[in-house]
Design a protein around this ligand. Structure first.
Ligand code: ME8
Length: 511
């Protein structure tokens, strides 16, 4: 049986339309999920929407409709985004589903039965925008450290005994040095926990849009306890026989933005330990996108709509840019000029021209019959093929570290090599002087292009499918068990006149 791999995105608040940040997180998980499937894993890739809490209740009130009607509409926008971005999620969870109420109440009861929940009263600061509690000392100029406004809250509340979990969390971090990445973020989490933990308020009474606390109808569950539990709901934890829970849990990776790392790396493991459940294997916190150097915000009016990028530059071009431009884990800036550069230079010139030139020459000079790779290659050819055969192992390792940008960089190193090779060998000139050598060169290039296309499927599923169609590679021969020297392009395959896969971007001056 193939090994299971379970990857999750955050579930997004439905107070607003999806933007580039949401698309980015889910895209990274999509690339990972696709990679793992090609590498023979049985993948579960989860995304969805977080529909409770004060923020969503307020947004519904502003829109003049019920929270349920409001969440139905906005959640659909996120579901539509998965289609438009070609995300391959296996499920889309909504926290308003009955199965999720059941799972949230189940975890609550487990915490209660084990003595980790007590009734008290909360008095302190709360930020609706962050859906988070803050202490007086954390405030900066009367605001949350994130810049969000805070309000004073005083109400009865149930508490989770988070303060009791400090040492156990620190021991867990020590024993699992890869639990949080990047490392600098892990260090921030460790210092936060070393600084001491306060018991956490986990219920609210001043609004109603949430999962009811079992047997106390005055309280709804704190939205983060409900939200984090989605990772269990989706794999059937609340169902009879527990669905896929035993084979899927613990999750292999929770992908999050740096803004919500504390919830995933401190509160979530504490809840799980307290509920006697295994802890996820890893949490990766990626960085933050800005727009031409500015923070992205609705009030600045510079929110980037991923769909407008797709419309202007193309889907796979947008996917490639987002994964390539910024070292994954760091903050990054969106700039149109960088986007144009990537589309024209990396895609249209490097990969596009390489394959267009190679395949056209095979059609023109060899009647479309792809030549076999010679059994004994000249040294320079062998070096190039070995480097391409060696990519999969290196890329696999980089995917384990979520270094997606680096994976693309090393693939492009080989694409550049192949471009240098075609220029230096000049197969177009060999037709008359040395047709055998021409066939050898084109055969080698076609094989390299096949491997590039197979390796790049997680990032650019549509464009690579076109390339592989052009090379006549059958859909059952596109997995990672067919590259790295384990198989070769079948010689004698007849290909047809190719058409360009990566068009150049021309600035429309009238725009
Ligand atoms: O926090 N750059 O939902 P949310 C990069 N419901 N990523 C960004 C971004 C930006 N400028 N803006 C948003 C919540 N993101 C909770 C999560 S999980 C159990 C509950 C991405 O709608 C990034 O992944 O505010 C961030 O963590 C997430 O959107 C926050 O989405």
């Amino acid at each position: 049986m193939s090994k299971s791999y379970y990857v999750t995105t955050p579930i997004y608040y439905v107070n607003d339309k999806p933007h580039i940040g949401h698309a980015y997180t889910t895209l990274a998980c999509d690339a990972l999920a696709r990679f793992k499937r090609l590498d023979g894993f049985d993948v579960m890739f989860l995304t969805g929407t977080d529909e409770h809490g004060q923020k969503v209740e307020a947004a519904a009130q502003n829109a003049g409709i019920t929270p349920q009607a409001f969440t139905d509409t906005v959640s659909q926008n996120f579901r539509d985004l998965t289609k438009s971005m070609n995300f391959s999620n296996d499920q889309f969870i909504r926290t308003t589903e009955p199965r999720h109420y059941a799972a949230s109440q189940k975890i609550w009861n487990r915490l209660l039965e084990r003595g980790h929940i007590t009734l008290g009263a909360y008095e302190g600061w709360y930020s609706v925008r962050d859906e988070a509690f803050y202490t007086e000392t954390e405030l900066v100029d009367g605001k949350a450290p994130t810049g969000a406004p805070v309000e004073w809250v005083a109400e009865p509340s149930y508490f989770f005994n988070l303060s009791q979990w400090q040492d156990k969390l620190l021991d867990f971090y020590d024993a699992n040095p890869a639990f949080v990445a990047p490392e600098t973020r892990f260090n921030e989490i460790k210092s936060f926990v070393k600084g001491g933990l306060k018991d956490l308020s986990i219920s609210r009474t001043t609004f109603a849009w949430g999962v009811p606390v079992p047997e106390d109808a005055d309280h709804v569950m704190y939205v983060w306890l409900d939200a984090l539990t989605n990772y269990l709901t989706a794999i059937g934890w609340s169902e009879d026989g527990e669905g896929d829970f035993s084979t899927r849990w613990p999750a292999d990776l929770h992908m999050v933005g740096k803004d919500i790392l504390r919830f995933h790396a401190v509160y979530w493991p504490a809840f799980l330990m307290a509920a006697d459940l295994p802890l996820p294997k890893r949490v990766f916190a990626h960085g933050w996108w800005t727009n031409e150097g500015q923070k992205i915000s609705k009030s600045l009016g510079n929110v980037i709509d991923p769909l407008s990028l797709v419309e202007e530059f193309g889907l796979d071009q947008t996917r490639y840019f987002l994964m390539r431009e910024v070292p994954f884990g760091r903050d990054g800036d969106f700039s149109k000029s960088a986007m144009i550069q990537r589309v024209n230079s990396d895609l249209a010139n490097d990969l596009g021209n390489l394959s267009q030139r190679t395949l056209s020459l095979i059609v023109k000079n060899l009647d479309g019959a792809v030549p076999a790779i010679a059994s004994k290659l000249p040294e320079a050819d062998k070096v190039m093929l070995d480097a391409v055969d060696g990519l999969l192992d290196r890329v696999r390792k980089l995917f384990e570290e979520q270094a997606f940008h680096e994976a693309l960089r090393i693939i492009w190193e080989q694409i550049s090599n192949a471009n240098k090779y075609i220029d230096s060998q000049a197969p177009w000139a060999l037709k008359k002087t040395n047709p055998e050598r021409m066939a050898e060169v084109l055969g080698l290039l076609a094989e390299c292009i096949r491997q590039f296309a197979i390796l790049l499927q997680p990032f650019m599923p549509e464009a690579t499918a076109k390339l592989l169609d052009q090379l006549n590679v059958s859909s059952s021969d596109r997995g990672f068990d067919k590259i790295a020297g384990l198989a070769r392009l079948t010689s004698g395959t007849v290909i047809e006149k190719p058409s360009g896969v990566f068009p150049r971007y021309f600035e429309d001056t009238a725009r």
